[in-house]
Design a protein around this ligand. Structure first.
Ligand SMILES: NC(=O)c1ccc[n+]([C@@H]2O[C@H](COP(=O)([O-])OP(=O)(O)OC[C@H]3O[C@@H](n4cnc5c(N)ncnc54)[C@H](O)[C@@H]3O)[C@@H](O)[C@H]2O)c1
Length: 313
């Protein structure tokens, strides 16, 4: 039995990790401020404690880590809702992130699992697929700047860590990016838009299984969690229309790529396969159908994209 503290445990990735940990008999402590998470994402469980509060509170973080004494910290909490809200991004991702790393160091937490954005490689990466040694140029967004700061603190700390650098993790409880937007617009009878961009969409439960291995000691340092293959946004849209069985199968309107849009973001996953073993990636239609079943039950939270949408301040 392990004790695991999960920040952001009521969010997409965190809640799936928590469920898998509880299933195998671990004790889990969650802290989440409900910025983008929902209490109903986790059912009550005798081995689960949930605190609704912020990791930006240093005294609180020290008390929680000092009292619970986790074997591992899974740090999924992040702020990204509004590209112009630098205050919230730095407060959660820099101050809160540093609080978590500092507490891990102070109380000798054995493993620290972090989740970094592929935007750390900049808006125009120099390679395709992007290798782990690609320089980090997070200057293009407040989210990437603050997330990368947290990753640098982790590297500085000397704590044994794994950082999963991610492109597009989707499935049930995914509140940001194209899937909730397509769902909501189709439901409201509104026009959907696609570009000819391509992305690698991976299923959140596939990632969560690998996170459990990392908690148990597999891996050290940076990894890409990625299938290594991309799909067109148009294919993603078609999978949404199929999953929802939308009458008349409405077509999406093709738009030019915006100035901040990259045609394709592919992350080289070879180190992940070497250290964590082969990963059976869930097919796109199954992933999208699982996400749609979630939105049909819980609805969406709004249109978050990490980056400023063209024409939208
Ligand atoms: N989903 C992706 O495609 C993706 C891609 C790259 C990186 N990531 C990273 O993975 C992690 C998890 O992403 P997700 O998709 O589960 O997002 P999410 O929004 O579903 O989960 C984040 C959780 O953190 C909580 N939170 C935010 N600020 C907090 C604070 N100050 N204190 C406590 N809790 C706070 C939110 O309420 C939410 O429950 C994040 O760190 C994110 O930066 C995700």
């Amino acid at each position: 039995m392990k004790k695991v503290l999960v920040t952001g445990g009521l969010g997409q990735i965190g809640s799936h990790v928590v469920e898998m940990l509880l299933e195998r008999g671990d004790k889990v402590f969650v802290i989440d401020n409900l910025a983008t998470g929902r209490r109903e994402h986790l059912q009550d469980h005798p081995d689960l404690t949930v605190v609704i509060d912020t990791i930006a509170d240093k005294a609180l973080v020290e008390k929680l880590v000092g009292d619970f004494r986790p074997d591992a910290i899974v740090h999924t909490a992040a702020s990204y809702k509004d590209p112009d809200d630098w205050y919230s991004d730095t407060l959660t991702n820099c101050v809160g992130g540093a609080n978590m790393v500092d507490a891990a160091k102070k109380f000798g937490v054995g493993r620290f699992i972090y989740f970094q954005t592929a935007l750390c490689y900049g808006l125009k990466p120099m390679q395709q697929p992007i290798r782990l040694d690609h320089p980090r140029f997070p200057g293009g967004s407040s989210y990437a700047i603050s997330k990368t700061t947290n990753e640098f603190y982790l590297e500085l700390s000397g704590v044994d860590y794994v950082t999963f650098r991610l492109a597009n993790v989707v499935g049930p409880r995914n509140v940001a990016g194209p899937l909730p937007i397509f769902y909501q617009r189709l439901k409201d009878g509104k026009q959907c838009f696609v570009t000819n961009a391509r992305r690698d969409f991976v299923f959140v439960k596939d990632l969560a299984r690998v996170v459990l291995k990392a908690i148990d000691g597999v891996g050290h340092g940076a990894y890409h969690f990625s299938s290594g293959k991309d799909v067109a946004i148009q294919e993603l849209y078609d999978a949404v229309v199929t999953a929802l069985d939308v009458p008349g199968k409405p077509k999406a309107e093709l738009k030019e790529l915006g100035p901040d849009d990259v045609f394709s973001i592919l992350l080289d996953p070879s180190r992940t396969f070497e250290d964590f073993g082969a990963i059976e990636f869930t097919p796109l239609q199954e992933t999208v159908s699982a996400a749609m079943a979630y939105y049909q039950k819980y609805g969406t939270l709004g249109e978050y994209t990490h980056l400023r949408l063209e024409g939208k301040k």
